[in-house]
Design a protein around this ligand. Sequence first.
Ligand code: SF4
Ligand code: SF4
Length: 379
Amino acid sequence: MENNTVDQFMDIRAATVAKMLEEKEKGMKVVGIYCTFCPQELVLAAGAIPVGLCGTREEPIPAAEEVLPRNLCPLIKSSYGFAATDTCPFFNFSNLIVGETTCDGKKKMFEIMQELKPVHVMQLPHRHKAGASLDLWVDEIRSLRTKIEAELQVEIKDEDIWKAINLVNQEKKALKEISDLNRNSPPPMSGLELLTVVWSGGFSFDKKELVEMLAELKKTLESREVDPQFAKKPRILLTGCPVGLGSEKVVRLVDELGATVVAMENCTGYKTLELMADTTKNDPIVALAEKYLNIPCSCMSPNPYRMDLLGRMIDDFNAEAVIDLTWQACHTYNIESHEVEKVVKDKGLPFLHLESDYSSSDEESLKVRIEAMLEMIEK
Ligand code: SF4
Ligand code: SF4
């Protein structure tokens, strides 16, 4: 029997809810975040717990549609629906919500969410390298620091930001090392296991504990006896919009059809795992601004680093085909699929763009399309 199996990660979310219930009584503060662009190091430096609030389930969407347009991305509707129906314990626990002006749907949703909780929206520039973008983002991170200090009644010291930077850098390194194990053949983790680890880790109450859990899991996976037959399964790279437990249908269908998702380039996967804040900088806010401005999200225009990352991941993980999963009405990822297809075709691999939502109504047609793509893989 394996110790430190992936199953332990399944329990993180429930354990954090229980712990937060206890700690809230003692005055612990929680900051809810919706996007990878939020510099969670500032939250940790304030002695608070950052928690991801992105909705990955279909259930609250009808309630959201009473306020938001129906033809909006399911991630936004699910996120708002959980908040509006007060069915997400983490939203309930949050003292402050941090949003960013990433895509149009999200930024306008945050305006409405302010009716429910204090929401601070960071103005995100949309060009990676421009000097003016960096100046603006530095200012925005300084404003966030001031907002957290005021809202949580704490002082955020530079030395605490550096400590938090080190901790988050360690977390990213540990997650990358786990994800990189799937470069092997056969891969030690199925797609669903990979998703469980990286998604559940985001709910951890204590990042130090999470880093230790990841180190233990790495040892377990390195010595795992994987059926050699698994090496015959077609290796799929998943890219596109974020996916979590509840919206994992494509990862599951790939598995059911005899292939396996060996890596995910999206925000729940590898997208930010190579990005570390530079600890040699004089100012921790500048170090954070440079790190976060490099995130290859489709809201950035242009977004060359995503194509570069995809190309490298295809090679590193020996991908045999790429699925680009985009949520309905996500204009930026849907349009960027054109560029993604070129990167994949240049590598001579089959490419499949799937546009879907959180319902199960299209599972049969998704299955047929994935099956057709798998038939194109040369063995
Ligand atoms: S895909 Fe872009 S907008 Fe969505 S969570 Fe990631 S960085 Fe944020
Ligand atoms: S999936 Fe697309 S539309 Fe939905 S929140 Fe993310 S970037 Fe916005």
